[in-house]
Write a protein that binds this ligand. Sequence first.
Ligand SMILES: Nc1ncnc2c1ncn2[C@@H]1O[C@H](COP(=O)(O)OP(=O)(O)OP(=O)(O)O)[C@@H](O)[C@H]1O
Ligand SMILES: [Mg+2]
Length: 463
Amino acid sequence: MSAPWTLCIDFGTAFSKAAVAPSTAWNAFTPATVRPLMLGGPGQGNSFLLDSAVFVDDDRVLFGSAAVARAEALSVQKRLALRSFKTLLSVSDLERALNTSLPRSLDPHRAFTQRDLIVLYLAYLSAAIGRACAADQVLSRGVTFDSRYAAPAWRSGDAAGSHELIVRLFAEGDAIRAALGSEILAPQGLPLQTALKAVAAARSADTAAAQLGLIYEATAAAAYTSIGLNSDASHIIVVDMGAGTTDIAAMARAGAHVYELAEARVTLKQAGDFVDRVIVNIALEASPELKTPQRQAELWRMMFRSMRDIKETLFLDGRVGFRFEGRLITVSLKDLERDDDFKEFIANLERAYEHGLAAVRDHAKREKARDLMAVAVGGGAFAPFIQKLIRRKPPNAGRIKVQPRPATPDWAHAPEFGGNLAPVFPQLAIAIGGALAPESMLALRAGASRPANVQTGNPPARD
Ligand SMILES: Nc1ncnc2c1ncn2[C@@H]1O[C@H](COP(=O)(O)OP(=O)(O)OP(=O)(O)O)[C@@H](O)[C@H]1O
Ligand SMILES: [Mg+2]
């Protein structure tokens, strides 16, 4: 029997997010019952976003925004925070990749493997989820929930290959959190020895009872969008550009049933992080006077610190300017569009989207449907090249009309969210959709080791 509530963890490349919804929400949706979780805690940037970052200091291990801040303070000493570590989970030999040790810039003690730091981060994420639930008016009453996590459809549709290992990592994180309580949430992080002992103990923890379902990220994003589907549109295509991956998915509705068109699903391993690198390279090329690697590295660091704002201005105004050592450097969208790597990314993105669009078109034609909604989510939703995508019409569309739709629903502006939810709603859409989605949309159900949600365009059997 399923629990009364469902939790979806969106462990993101740049930010982790989570949401809880009543398990019955799919069939009886009331926006007010959805609980996006304030993972960030008080006074740390946007309260719904938790920086996916770990910093190994001289005698402590720091997490989240404290890790980012400490790494910035020590950047001249060539110290770095471990970031974007989620992308590691996509490699084919995950076990081996996890067990590699880290360079001194990330771990001066050479005491941790990548796996250790990921598990510690997952313990921090688990504690942040606990804190957010305790602070939530409804969830603090002690509700029980089924849990699932969102992941990209890595390796052409099979993110399930690493599922058991990833569940084990989450479970070890939970074991550490159970052992340490909220100590891990302290801004000063954990003492080094405490962290080392905790990961060692967690490795031998019994995690046989760990239950975690898997939902593909784009499926989750499309699930959130389709729950608002009214009777005039039966098909949806969603593109989610995050930091590490860009995911495309589509949904169709038949009567009361909404189901995924698995043949439309695509994951690209380029997204916000990739665009960041292209922008920095353009700025470096525009600054030939920065001859030494050291000064070039300083420009990198300066830009990475404010990359989100740089991109926001660039996407909004078509150009962005910033000062470095007294000189004004500007980067324009035209510069971006001239870059060969970027051109290749756009070509791949357009091909992937066209593929998804053609799949939805074919399905819509078969069903004699006319309306197709297109929605962009993720931190990159406002990029002009993403906004342009969702305005595309499929070739041979016949009578099918494409309606691009904003990602943020009215209810995200409700006063209880203090103005914090609406600006980041596109980033929260995956966690929220993942919490709302019925079991039939999961790539793997909790406790299962074989993919469900097989590749068909047919409505799933009713539960
Ligand atoms: N307003 C904005 N304008 C442009 N880019 C933005 C904006 N807000 C966030 N971003 C970028 O979006 C990315 C983060 O988005 P998101 O939280 O969806 O990613 P993620 O879920 O961590 O990554 P992934 O889903 O790939 O694992 C970063 O690259 C960030 O710089
Ligand atoms: Mg994401």
